[in-house]
Write a protein that binds this ligand. Structure first.
Ligand code: SAM
Length: 306
């Protein structure tokens, strides 16, 4: 067997206490601890350059657009004319990049707790953030997303929650609770829509189901979606809460018109057919969504299995 020329490094990502995914590391670009989390930017052979926070892959240059286009476009196309968008999290800039592709968006406020993640993304992850941080429509505020929502009096058409998974001891678990969603509901316009990343629909399906059920206690229209994301080695869940419009009711022809009307030409994953497909869930998940009764509360938060 060919011996390795150098002492190879492996990045091990734990999905549960019993399953981990390992990636051979070509280069460690950055590694350090911020006030809020461990940040590693590594180059791997199969995923390209990855942003890793607290040991969890956030984005990889080989497939990040699948996650970010699925998180953003089904929601932005469901709203007839989104102008003011709130992004919570999204430090590497890809969520903002996708939101600002919609020329009808006049203002996007991006709240991230960790200024260093944004600075590091600007420095090392230009392939992901491109020049989004220079877009005059984008306002960056470095604070806790929960505190911002509790204090702001601004109303938004759309809120996109793209924070890290709810890890015990991590900075984001209080952005998955009923109390938070109720406060955010108040900050949305009468036809406002919220979309949140909702973790793996396999390894952390209990989180996904509980996020869906919790949002269903706050919004009258709640839809679950999922899509396979290679760099997460799993199908990944998203949940949309809407006050008025149902994302599943949009027809392919309408969506084709909207893409043209908003002059969006640089989509790499989202299409009208993909829009319809992400809401198609297998029977076992559909059944469990109906049966789920856990409500995530500040006093009873939910955490990832690893
Ligand atoms: N795409 C990633 C994923 O897999 O879900 C998440 C994107 S992004 C890297 C996650 C961001 O959430 C990070 O930049 C982190 O700093 C931010 N974050 C975590 N907790 C937060 C909080 N309480 N308020 C605001 N931002 C937070």
């Amino acid at each position: 067997m060919q011996s390795d020329e150098m002492p190879w490094r492996w990045f091990v990502e734990h999905q549960t206490p019993y399953t981990s995914i390992i990636h051979k590391v070509k280069r460690i670009i950055y590694s350090g601890k911020t006030e809020y989390q461990q940040v590693d930017i590594i180059e791997t052979y199969d995923l390209g350059i990855c942003l890793v926070l607290d040991g969890k892959v956030q984005s990889s240059t080989k497939d990040e657009w699948i996650y970010h286009e699925t998180l953003v476009h089904p929601t932005l196309f469901t709203h007839p004319k989104p102008k003011n968008v709130l992004i919570i999290g999204g430090g590497e800039g890809a969520t903002a990049r996708e939101v600002l592709k919609h020329k009808c968006v006049e203002k996007a406020i991006m709240i991230d707790i960790d200024k260093q993640v944004v600075e590091l993304s600007k420095k090392y992850l230009r392939e992901i953030c491109e020049n989004v941080f220079e877009d005059p429509r984008l306002e960056l505020i470095f604070t806790d997303g929960r505190k911002f929502v509790e204090k702001t009096s601004t109303t938004f058409d759309i809120a996109i929650i793209d924070v890290t998974d709810p890890l015990s001891g991590g900075p984001s678990y209080l952005l998955y609770t009923k109390e938070f969603y109720e406060k955010l509901y108040q900050r949305l316009s009468d036809d406002g829509i919220l979309a949140t990343q909702a973790t793996s629909t396999f390894y952390s399906i209990d989180c996904f189901l509980a996020i869906y059920n919790t949002l269903s206690k706050v919004f009258n229209i709640v839809k679950a979606a999922h899509v396979w994301i290679p760099s997460f080695a799993s199908t990944w869940g998203f949940v949309i809460g809407s006050k008025k419009y149902d994302p599943e009711e949009l027809e392919i022809e309408y969506l084709e018109e909207k893409i043209k009307e908003r002059k969006i030409t640089n989509l790499k994953f989202y299409t009208p057919k993909i829009h319809k497909s992400v809401f198609v869930l297998p029977p076992h998940i559909e059944r469990r969504l109906k049966e789920e009764n856990r409500i995530i509360r500040d006093e009873q938060p939910i955490f990832m299995p690893a």
